[in-house]
Design a protein around this ligand. Structure first.
Ligand code: TEU
Ligand code: CA
Length: 542
């Protein structure tokens, strides 16, 4: 039910790295409860919780062993219920991560399949090898082979896993899988959650298991990206489950293009409420994400404009637990870190769509400070290293690309204070804390009148009270090497947003002028933007 949620600000929590209440070095639910006041003070409406279910953590919870149990690392179901009600008492609702392309290989269904129960074998994609060869030539998201022997290798049976081998794909041709998932969704919705972020939702149904066209990565993708089967499942889930609750869905849709996104979100089709697209996250890469090119602001601007024009309602995000930090990626950082962080937040609150913020973005956290591969925990990074080694890529080249792209860049513990453990833990953190926590932390930022949090709050409340920012149409006014300007217009009134992506003062493009409504700098100058300035003006025709 998009209409009840489109104006809300969503804050993503990666529980493992948010706040540790018991000193075991792992963030947990009681830790989140202890920080709810911080979220309330930011004016956040909804929390998206990355998975907190029982899991062997091969992929940090995206490998679920029991969809109705809380991971012991994170606490108990009582803790979760308390989190829900404590959040509700601050006007905050929670959405869960729904990971239904795959389960963990430690899920009871997969165990029973392995034990030979036909019913459960049919929950997964299990195929015969072809005379000593794998069932097909597909690729894998984690730089691995997507087929793993199922049970006794003598049988020549393999199960499909588009992600880690501990994440077997579910068989969405089986109606029993559908009923199980409906039941799981109702379980959480009945507790009062506000919906789901649906993990890799546009690949769940596979059209066929034939060989695919050869690609640099993900050979076979044409057989499973946004298939008719997936569209139908989504419509069924909407009708059978979602429609009966005050809740919404946001789909994580990999490799989605605008026509696909339109279909997935079209109101009359009744599938998803919103989608996360990725094209803007690809503006500094060549082909696949491990090959980076120099960031050019203009390519980010073009992609943002393209999606603003192409899709009537976007999700607005620059970060999540899979992406390096946006200040490191899209700004010069260093002495420009704070200014850059504010400018990027300005964009996220002024484009048309629902704003999604990832933990730490409100203080401009930077990429992790890893010195060697052994400090990185993410399975994807380790697989990429193996693959690159296999291709003959030597170190330090392998390390250079992993250091830049690793998902752990976003997963370092939240920096709450300058004390040892960054206010995140009193113990040994599960992942190295960025040593810059001494300067970059919530406490220090709050004490700074020019802090990022203060600007975040201004942006959030500005948007909350501006019908134009909430609902106005988007049109681009200027796209330069450094300056991006666009207009939001609602019944004749309009607001113009201006962003300077450079470390130099830049002229405001000709024809744009008006009263300053808000700026990220203290004394905005008429006619020019300070380095990394973000500004909103009420437009006057010249
Ligand atoms: O991610 C899906 C996905 O395709 C990518 O973002 C992925 O993490 C990687 O960048 C591929 O190159 C989702 C989750 O967000 C991610 O954390 C999980 O690992 C993945 O699904 C599997 O559940
Ligand atoms: Ca803990």
């Amino acid at each position: 039910m998009l209409k009840n949620f489109k104006d809300k600000t969503v804050y993503q929590i990666y529980p493992r790295s948010f706040a540790d209440s018991n000193g075991d070095g792992i963030g947990d639910i009681r830790g989140i409860i202890s920080r709810l006041d911080h979220l309330a003070s930011l004016g956040v409406d909804i929390i998206w919780l990355s998975p907190i279910y029982k899991s062997p953590n091969d992929d940090n919870g995206y490998d679920i062993a029991d969809y109705k149990a809380i991971s012991a690392d994170f606490g108990t179901m009582e803790d979760f219920d308390e989190l829900l009600s404590e959040a509700a008492s601050r006007g905050i609702r929670i959405i869960m991560d729904l990971v239904i392309n795959h389960t963990s290989d430690e899920h009871e269904w997969f165990r029973r399949a392995l034990a030979g129960e036909e019913k459960y074998k049919n929950y997964y994609v299990i195929k015969k090898g072809k005379g000593g060869k794998l069932p097909n030539n597909w690729g894998n998201f984690f730089a691995d082979c997507p087929w793993e022997p199922f049970g006794d290798p003598e049988n020549e049976e393999y199960y499909l896993h588009l992600f880690s081998k501990k994440q077997p794909d579910l068989n969405w041709d089986n109606p029993e899988v559908y009923s199980e998932i409906c039941d799981i969704m109702r379980f959480w919705l009945d507790k009062g959650v506000a919906g789901f972020r649906c993990d890799v939702i546009n690949v769940i149904h596979k059209r066929s298991y034939e060989d695919g066209k050869k690609h640099l990565a993900l050979t076979g993708k044409e057989h499973y990206i946004s298939t008719e089967g997936t569209h139908k499942i989504l419509r069924d889930l909407r009708r059978d489950v979602m429609e009966h609750y005050d809740a919404f869905t946001v789909g994580e849709t990999v490799m989605v293009d605008i026509p696909m996104a339109r279909d997935l979100c079209a109101e009359d089709r009744g599938e998803l409420d919103m989608v996360f697209s990725f094209e803007h996250m690809e503006c500094d890469q060549i082909g696949i994400k491990w090959f980076k090119k120099k960031f050019k602001p203009k390519s980010l601007m073009s992609t943002l404009t393209k999606w603003q024009e192409g899709l009537s309602w976007n999700t607005l995000y620059f970060e999540n637990h899979d992406q390096p930090r946006s200040v490191t990626r899209f700004t010069k950082g260093g002495k420009w870190r704070k200014a850059g962080a504010k400018m990027l937040l300005g964009l996220l609150f002024s484009l048309r769509g629902t704003t999604f913020i990832y933990q730490g973005q409100e203080i401009g956290m930077t990429n992790g400070a890893f010195d060697k591969l052994s400090e990185i925990k993410d399975i994807e990074s380790h697989n990429v290293d193996k693959m690159a080694k296999g291709l003959g890529i030597i170190n330090p080249f392998r390390w250079r690309l992993i250091k830049k792209t690793s998902r752990d860049n976003a997963r370092t513990p939240m920096q709450w204070s300058g004390e040892e453990g960054a206010g995140f833990t009193s113990g040994e953190p599960w992942l190295k804390i960025n040593p810059n926590y001494k300067e970059i932390n919530v406490e220090a930022d709050l004490a700074d009148e020019d802090g990022v949090i203060a600007f975040f709050k201004r942006l959030n409340s500005f948007k909350a009270s501006s019908e134009i920012l909430k609902d106005g149409e988007f049109s681009e006014l200027h796209r330069g090497r450094a300056v991006y300007a666009f207009e939001r217009r609602l019944s004749g009134d309009s607001i113009v947003a201006l962003c300077n992506f450079s470390t130099k003062r830049r002229a405001i493009p000709k024809g744009i002028a008006g009263n300053v409504l808000l700026s990220s700098v203290n004394s905005p100058e008429t006619g020019s933007l300070a380095p990394y300035e973000f500004r909103l003006i009420s437009k006057k025709e010249l």
